[in-house]
Design a protein around this ligand. Structure first.
Ligand SMILES: *[C@@H]1O[C@H](CO)[C@@H](O)[C@H](O)[C@H]1NC(C)=O
Length: 153
């Protein structure tokens, strides 16, 4: 980050930025990038949960709509690995998520899930970072779901 030369687009108070899983970005066909990153929610009031259980939420940002953030998914399982990847055929992208036990001594289910970014966007929650903007949440989802992704080359 070059704060001396860059412009801060927005600052948002998220419940927590866990630092893990790491964020990811993908180039989009318009020569910009989509950013994927995680925020952390303490689950309070969910009485069957152990205190301190947390829920990770996956967010997406694209600079064509700098005033919004999409909350793509909530994940309560322990995240072992996360990646955003290009699906070549339609220049679509996918988020690949591996969840499983937090420690090797605690056996549990391991699950690998691949979600098309377009589908995640269409079921996302729109988080407004700035006031104003006449677009409805559905307009915003529709617009960002039409993004196409490209490889680095
Ligand atoms: C994530 O959870 C919050 C709080 O329970 C909810 O408001 C939000 O709609 C959920 N987001 C998604 C993408 O399902």
């Amino acid at each position: 980050m070059h704060h001396s030369t860059g412009a801060v687009l927005w600052i948002l108070a998220l419940p927590g930025l866990p630092g893990y899983p790491p964020s990811a970005s993908l180039l989009t066909a318009d020569h910009r990038s989509a950013f994927f990153f995680w925020g952390l929610h303490e689950l309070v009031g969910a009485n069957q949960m152990e205190p301190g259980d947390t829920q990770h939420s996956l967010y997406m940002f694209h600079p064509t709509l700098p005033g919004v953030l999409l909350e793509l998914a909530n994940v309560s399982a322990n995240i072992v690995a996360f990646q955003a990847a290009l699906l070549e055929p339609g220049r679509h992208a996918a988020c690949i998520l591996l969840t499983g036990p937090a420690s090797p001594d605690a056996p549990g289910l391991v699950s690998m899930a691949k979600h098309k970014v377009q589908d995640l966007i269409l079921s996302s929650r729109v988080v407004h970072l700035t006031e104003g903007g006449a677009d409805s949440d559905q307009d915003i989802r529709d617009r960002l779901s039409r993004l196409r992704y490209r490889s680095e080359a």
